[in-house]
Write a protein that binds this ligand. Structure first.
Ligand code: BG6
Length: 484
């Protein structure tokens, strides 16, 4: 299904089954996003959330929990009339992931709901669980027949899988093979919430719906590209997870590589999900895989002072909280163009953007002795969602001098972006509508790990020293400035 032909979601009876109903992702992202969809009038009229976990809860207790989560998120109490109709969507099913009886219980709940609605509804399975449970849950969904549609002509079943998607190429392949043995690719929705960011979706529109920039978009006129996700926040309370992962796996392997793909991919043949996924995969497959020597020359890793004191971090951990990597593409359009990916935590004010720098014009009508005349196009997500086009203009006056100016497009003037809610709302709605454009396909997963693995392997061999940095400063950015 194409993005612009998405079916109206109100007419799609859907049961949302949440494995790990009280999990961190449900609390922080999914429940606020579902409430946002409800308030936007986007949830199907026939909608049910079945929370599944080992707790001994009644429906009312689960609803009380959901209400608490929403109020904590909104940081205020929500009047009954606003929240009660939403809470009435929620039911609870006690069970463990291992017992077949739990899945039979779920099936009975689904059947009862379908009978009440008089339809064979669609089923959305959301796994808010640690990856070690995937095997048990996915196999049980398949064995119990829960993943089969209840009618050959209506009622699909979709499975939403969260990152981390494996720890390296081999483990990613294992999960992927499990999924593809049990389900069709069209049933699997792998989340990277960056793809749902408005600004990143806008890159394709900016490039392919205007005739202004696409022709110069390539090595002939582009000098370099910077992809940055510089975070203000630290690791916070995620020590046990983060320490085993590190910044490059946490955001580099997925978010930054997807940003790179969107800014460099070829024109998709259409706005079909498969056409866009294919182009993203092709460009990710074109990433030049670094040799150990190139890893030494083209990458940098750092860790902020104080990281080792975080609960769950091993005392002598050498996990990176900052990285910088110079990538290149073996692609006729991009050969030789450095693409710098940089990200880290506790780096001072947040800055999340892609900067495309054009070459100095040659010949140039540039007054001698003036600064370099390079144009930049900036897609920025934080601190504001904006697109900037920087250019050189004649300075008004009697002499011929130039000055740097910018065309500025601010994506939203009034509304405020609520972290995660908008992205998850969009992703959940797309799962309901059956649109996979904003989800990661198997070839993309594989191409990303194929690029990332040799870098992490070289780091683990000690090829690149870990540099300590003072948090909340730009110190490490300066130290790594030689990578360009
Ligand atoms: C998540 C990472 O996937 O993305 C976090 O696990 C990171 O460590 C976050 O902070 C960044 O996302 P956003 O939307 O806040 O830029």
């Amino acid at each position: 299904m194409t993005r612009n032909m998405a079916a109206p979601s109100r007419n799609i009876p859907t049961i949302f089954a949440a494995f790990g109903a009280t999990g961190d992702l449900m609390r922080r992202k999914v429940l606020p996003a579902l409430f946002y969809l409800y308030n936007s009038g986007e949830l199907p009229a026939m909608f049910r959330v079945v929370g599944f976990s080992r707790r001994d809860w009644t429906d009312e207790e689960f609803q009380g929990y959901v209400r608490g989560v929403l109020e904590a998120h909104a940081a205020k109490s929500i009047p009954d009339r606003e929240v009660e109709p939403f809470l009435s969507f929620f039911t609870f099913q006690k069970g463990t992931f291992e017992e077949p009886a739990s899945y039979e219980g779920l099936k009975k709940t689904f059947d009862a709901c379908d009978k009440e609605w008089g339809v064979c509804s669609n089923k959305l399975f959301y796994l808010s669980v640690a990856p070690e449970y995937y095997d048990t849950i996915l196999n049980s969904l398949s064995d119990s027949g829960l993943a089969d549609p209840c009618d050959p002509n209506e009622g699909w079943t979709h499975i939403i899988v969260e990152k981390p998607f494996g720890m390296n190429l081999n483990t990613a392949k294992e999960v992927d093979e499990l999924l593809s043995n049990l389900f069709e690719e069209s049933q699997v929705y792998r989340i990277d919430h960056y793809l749902a960011k408005e600004m990143l979706q806008n890159i394709l529109t900016f490039r392919f719906s205007n005739n202004l920039f696409e022709i110069p978009w390539g090595k002939a006129l582009i000098d370099n590209i910077h992809v940055r996700v510089l975070e203000k926040i630290g690791v916070e309370k995620r020590g046990p997870f983060y320490d085993g992962v590190g910044a490059f796996r946490d955001v580099g392997q997925n978010h930054l590589l997807q940003m790179l793909a969107l800014v460099t991919m070829d024109h998709p043949e259409s706005y079909e999900a498969t056409a866009i996924q294919k182009r993203r995969a092709e460009i990710l497959e074109a990433l030049h895989v670094l040799s150990p020597e190139e890893v030494r020359r083209s990458t940098f890793r750092g860790q902020y002072d104080g990281y080792l004191n975080i609960e769950g971090v091993v005392p002598d951990s050498d996990t990176e909280t900052y990285f910088k990597v110079r990538a290149t593409l073996s692609h006729p359009k991009w050969e030789g163009v450095p693409i710098i990916m940089e990200s880290g935590k506790r780096l001072g004010p947040p800055l999340k953007e892609i900067v495309v720098t054009f070459r100095h014009p040659a010949p140039c009508l540039c007054p001698p002795g003036q600064p370099h005349h390079k144009n930049e196009v900036i897609f920025r997500m934080e601190p504001r969602e904006e697109i900037l086009v920087e250019f050189w203009s004649k300075k008004p006056g009697f002499s011929f001098t130039t000055e740097r100016r910018e065309l500025h497009y601010m994506m939203r003037e009034a509304s405020v972006h609520v972290p995660y809610v908008e992205e998850y709302a969009k992703l959940l709605l797309d799962c309901v509508r059956g649109d996979q454009t904003l989800f990661i396909s198997t070839p993309e997963i594989r191409a990303m790990w194929r690029y990332v693995d040799p870098i992490i392997d070289a780091w683990e061999c000690g090829d690149v020293p870990l540099v300590k940095y003072t948090p909340d400063t730009g110190e490490v950015l300066e130290e790594a400035a030689y990578i360009k």
